[in-house]
Design a protein around this ligand. Structure first.
Ligand code: XIL
Length: 319
């Protein structure tokens, strides 16, 4: 039988996975799955500001380099995640220590350094992550407070100057189907495009936790972003039931949802889908207590021992 990677390669589809550098180094079965089953990698944490910046003056590229080098050695694409976010900033980073101008310079220097280092090795950047709040207003982050909405304009412009070849994405959760939040993301991206900001696409995270978005609505949502001239990718997919409510046929229902989403991708011309982890044992849902209490902790294509689940067969079948 053909692996997921072979099937995706033949289809010209980018099927990706979020990876952890320690597991990639130390866990043989994990490493083999990543290499054999996927053709695109997203560092799950290694390119975020916190992990990259041990102190104000220094960068630690060790983990990110390990992932990017592994991807290149195995002929995979890399999604760089993420340059600007309100979460996972370094612990030493206290915004009130900086003036607005200093924050802007700090962000510019960060983007120029990181994008510059991975020029021609990172294919796609999630330049800005989660800038819109759940109610559709702009999220009040350190960057928004310092620069207003133009922090997005500048971030995309700086990244584009350093690597004009890279595809630059806006990425968010809960904006997968048509809803209040995706309306707000749509309006935001339309404003950016009107201002001539160099943005190529929108990443829909698709963390289907508890309530799963409706696939017809996802397709409609994808099409309206495409009509703006943007590419769309599914960037962080996982699929969980509410804790304690998983039905008997949970694995089959999960597989059916994965299949439906792959079909939406093929129908709409979306060529990239990334799952947020290899096996269930590595899923972020397991790690956070409030999450693991709310949702079932088996949201991925491979089980606790990295063996394929029904969802794995379903996505191959759909491709
Ligand atoms: C998560 C990682 O999976 C965890 O390991 C980390 O502790 C917190 O961040 N949206 C995103 C991702 O854009 O970066 C998040 O990843 C999950 C939600």
């Amino acid at each position: 039988d053909k692996s997921l990677r072979q099937t995706a390669d033949e289809r010209g589809f980018n099927f990706g996975v979020a990876v952890d550098p320690d597991a990639l180094r130390n866990d043989v079965s994990y490493r083999a799955r990543v290499r054999d089953e996927f053709n695109t990698l997203t560092p799950e944490n290694a390119l975020k500001m916190g992990p990259l910046r041990p102190s104000p003056e220094t960068y630690d590229f060790g983990d990110a380099d390990a992932i990017v080098n592994f991807a290149r050695a195995n002929d995979m694409d890399v999604r760089g995640h993420t340059l600007v976010w309100h979460n996972q900033t370094p612990t030493w980073f206290q915004p009130w220590d900086y003036t607005d101008d200093q924050l802007e310079r700090f962000l510019r220097e960060h983007i120029q350094t990181v994008v510059g280092r991975y020029r021609r090795t990172v294919d796609v950047w999630d330049v800005v992550n989660e800038a819109v709040a759940d109610d559709g207003t702009m999220r009040e982050t350190v960057w928004y407070d310092a620069m207003g909405e133009t922090y997005l304009d500048r971030a995309f412009e700086w990244a584009h100057e350093v690597d004009p070849e890279a595809d630059l994405y806006y990425n968010d959760y809960g904006a997968d189907a048509i809803n209040e939040k995706s309306d707000a993301v749509y309006d935001l991206l339309e404003r950016l495009l009107d201002r001539g900001v160099p943005i190529d696409g929108v990443g829909l995270q698709l963390h289907a936790l508890g309530e799963w978005p409706d696939c017809e609505s996802i397709a409609e949502n994808i099409r309206r972003f495409q009509a703006l001239g943007l590419d769309v990718q599914i960037t962080e997919m996982d699929v969980a039931f509410p804790a304690g409510e998983a039905p008997e046929d949970a694995l089959q229902r999960q597989a059916a949802f994965y299949r439906d989403v792959v079909e939406v991708c093929l129908d709409t011309g979306v060529d990239t889908l990334v799952t947020w982890g290899v096996g269930d044992a590595n899923s972020w849902i397991r790690v956070f207590r409030d999450f693991s209490e709310r949702y079932t902790g088996d949201p991925l294509l491979f089980d606790d021992r990295n063996r394929p689940k029904p969802a794995y067969d379903a996505v191959i079948d759909a491709l």
